[in-house]
Design a protein around this ligand. Structure first.
Ligand code: PGA
Length: 255
């Protein structure tokens, strides 16, 4: 059975103090739901500066720690970059790669993203790899071909063994931070399509084992409907992950 996952992407939000207290609050509220870890994996992705401290804050829980990005190079003269090795040394279990904000604002191409994936794999980290079309792609009915290209140029180039480290996240760009969510039908249709791409590349057994998260304006009010879709295995949550209460409601919607 593939894993159900709820991951909180904090983006560039919270001071260190706020981040520690958010993580601590999430940890204590999660501890009140004893069966949660049998059903759902919970991942927090705070900013780089908070990783080590958040790791301490979530110690003795099953909550996992993720970074939001990593460098495409191993080490050396790359001012301002953070390597996969550094992330691992801070206790990161996972890293988000390919988020649409990184693609759009920092010009991260598939070629760069594949290098980042390989860096994270070399450190045995799991990867939440994001894909998703822009509004203009959907309006031009190119959403399937755009997502397929994003996947073929990156995870499509990995080995079957590597793919076991990958969690996919479908995040339509028009739904991120906009308050507009993909309908449950739109989400299911794209998730089934993504699973088929994985099956065609790697076989149906591995496709069945690959978790595919939905991201884009997931809130307590729409999470249960989205998560009930057969190919939606949880969510990558932005805005609603910044308050323990709403993040917890979304986790409960996955149970
Ligand atoms: P959002 O962000 O939930 O604020 O739309 C999701 C994401 O970008 O991962």
């Amino acid at each position: 059975m593939r894993k159900k996952i709820v991951a909180g992407n904090w983006k560039m939000n919270t001071t260190l103090e706020e981040g520690i207290s958010l993580a601590s609050e999430i940890k204590s509220k999660v501890a009140e739901i004893p069966s949660v870890h049998n059903k759902t994996e919970i991942i927090l992705a705070p900013p780089f500066t908070h990783l080590y401290s958040v790791k301490q804050a979530i110690a003795n829980s099953n909550i996992l720690l993720s970074a939001q990005n990593c460098a495409s190079e191993t080490e050396g003269a790359y001012t301002g970059e953070v390597s996969a090795n550094m992330l691992q040394s801070c206790g990161c279990d996972c890293v988000i790669i390919g988020h649409s904000e990184r693609r759009a604002y920092y010009h991260e191409t598939s070629q760069i993203l594949l290098k980042k994936i390989k860096q994270a794999l070399a450190k045995d980290m799991r990867i939440i790899f994001c894909c998703g079309e822009k509004l203009e792609d959907r309006e031009a009915e190119k959403h399937f071909s755009v997502v397929e290209k994003q996947l073929q140029e990156t995870v499509g180039k990995l080995s079957t063994t590597d793919l076991k480290q990958i969690v996919l996240a479908y995040e339509p760009v028009w739904a991120i931070g906009t308050g507009v969510t993909a309908s449950k039908e739109q989400a299911q249709e794209m998730h089934a399509f993504i699973r088929k791409i994985i099956a065609d590349n790697f076989g149906s057994a591995i496709a069945e084992e690959t978790s595919i998260l939905y991201g884009g304006s997931v809130k307590p009010s729409n999470a249960a409907d989205l998560f009930a879709q057969p190919d939606v295995d949880g969510g990558l949550i932005g805005g609603a992950a910044l308050q323990a209460e709403s993040f917890l409601s979304i986790i409960k919607a996955q149970l």
